[in-house]
Design a protein around this ligand. Structure first.
Ligand code: SF4
Length: 422
């Protein structure tokens, strides 16, 4: 349990045996943050040993789990991912790949997977393609990661992205691509990856994240203009949208809030009280620069609103005359059932409040969102179809809300296999 840099320091990594590996990172959520649920999940089956890392959430895991438990299966975790391993172990197909495909054909929802067997690395994306996965090469070996920025960090070249519904098997350095599933009626890549979740230096399925965010800011400035002296981003995720807003509106861009780089992301703090404290520690406004100024404060999204209440208060205490909040996505009105840890519908500030009411709650002079039509217009320029269910309430894979296992699979995948022949 802990941060990657604290746990996997160089000394520990050196002691790990083996020729190839997968890794899995997730942040602590309000759900069951327990070492038993840490992935990769490992099991010895009669098809061989298997380790699995899963990004996304299954929407029918509870029903399958109940059925399997009724037939004597014993689960070690509360994670939805374990269902996949149980189905694989019980499949009567001949080869490992056939058993895996048999297992996967029973689950529904979001699953980008990396699996390690005794002799292969297997990577796959669900037919809807909710979550990303990219393939790269490093010194003749194959690597796979959720975001291309991970490939950049280790000096790997980006070869390509997995298609929705594609299964890639890498064995003895050779890559085989399978497309065993019927195509979903449309690809529904998570648009929130572009808005907030991914790093801006990543390309998601061939689309640059930073460019997307700037475009959201530009459209927002056209849709929701306001007279002001400066555009200020909520760092870091609001930066791209704020730059786009400033460019389009002609209002100067200023980083008038300084971010303390040495404090961990507030999103990893499960308790609301510690999250409030984190905001105060993390952001510091430039007193003496903000006095008497009219600010457009640009944020990528609002979930509960807690962070914005604090930041608007900080700007006012630093002397800002007006604070106008502009949000570079539509109101978040529904939870995500496909692997992003958004809170329940009741906890979302946009559920049951108009933008005017939210503005009053957070203490701003005005507040406005990018429209759903505006976001969809930008989304149509992407090289893939998108899911925008948390903004539109149009869920592309039907949800039985009683079935969804608590959010446990929020992470990034990194995998590597040595090329025996290299
Ligand atoms: S519901 Fe929202 S967060 Fe979840 S996959 Fe769809 S767009 Fe992404």
């Amino acid at each position: 349990m802990g941060l990657v840099a604290d746990i996997f320091h160089a000394g520990k990594l050196k002691r790990l045996p083996g020729r190839y590996a997968i890794g899995h990172v997730r942040y602590s959520t309000s759900g069951d943050s327990d070492v038993r649920n840490a992935q990769p999940y490992y099991a010895a089956t009669d098809a061989g040993r298997v380790a699995l890392a899963h990004n996304g959430n299954l929407v029918n895991a509870r029903a399958i789990r109940t059925e399997l438990e009724g037939r004597g299966a014993i689960f070690n975790t509360t994670s939805d991912s374990e269902v996949i391993v149980h189905l694989l172990a019980r499949s009567r197909e001949a080869t490992f790949e056939e058993r895996l495909i048999d297992a996967i054909s029973r689950v529904k929802g979001a699953y980008t997977l990396l699996m390690l067997t005794d002799d292969a690395l297997i990577a796959m994306r669900d037919p809807n393609g909710f979550r990303p996965l990219s393939l790269g090469r490093l010194d003749g070996a194959w690597v796979a990661a959720s975001e291309t920025c991970a490939l950049d960090l280790i000096g790997a070249t980006h070869e390509r992205d997995l298609d929705a519904g594609e299964v890639v098997v890498i064995r003895r350095g050779r890559l085989r691509s399978l497309r065993p599933f019927a195509r979903a009626s449309r690809e529904t890549f998570c648009i929130f990856e572009h808005i907030y979740f991914a790093r801006p230096d990543s390309n998601l399925q061939g689309n640059n994240v930073y460019a997307f965010r700037k475009e959201c800011g530009r459209v927002l400035a056209r849709e929701r203009p306001v007279a002001a002296d400066m555009v200020v981003p909520v760092l870091d995720s609001g930066t791209g949208a704020a730059l786009g807003y400033a460019e389009e509106s002609g209002i100067p861009y200023e980083t008038a809030l300084i971010r303390n780089q040495y404090v961990r992301r507030t999103f990893i703090e499960p308790a609301q009280s510690s999250r409030d404290f984190s905001v105060r520690v993390k952001h510091n406004p430039m007193r003496g620069f903000l006095g008497g100024k009219r600010i457009v404060l640009v944020e990528d999204s609002i979930v509960r609103g807690t962070t914005l209440i604090k930041i608007v208060g900080l700007l006012r205490s630093a002397g800002a005359r007006e604070v106008h909040v502009r949000v570079a996505c539509p109101p978040t009105i529904g939870p995500c059932h496909y692997g992003i840890d958004t809170p329940t519908r009741e906890e979302l500030i946009a559920t049951g409040h108009t933008p005017e009411q939210i503005s009053e709650i957070i203490g701003s002079d005005s507040l406005a969102y990018l429209s759903l039509e505006g976001l969809r217009g930008i989304g149509r320029q992407l090289k893939h179809g998108t899911c925008d269910a948390c903004f539109s309430d149009e869920y592309p894979v039907p949800i039985d809300e009683n079935d969804v296992v608590p959010q446990l699979s929020l992470f990034r995948l990194v995998g590597e296999e040595d090329d025996e022949e290299a």
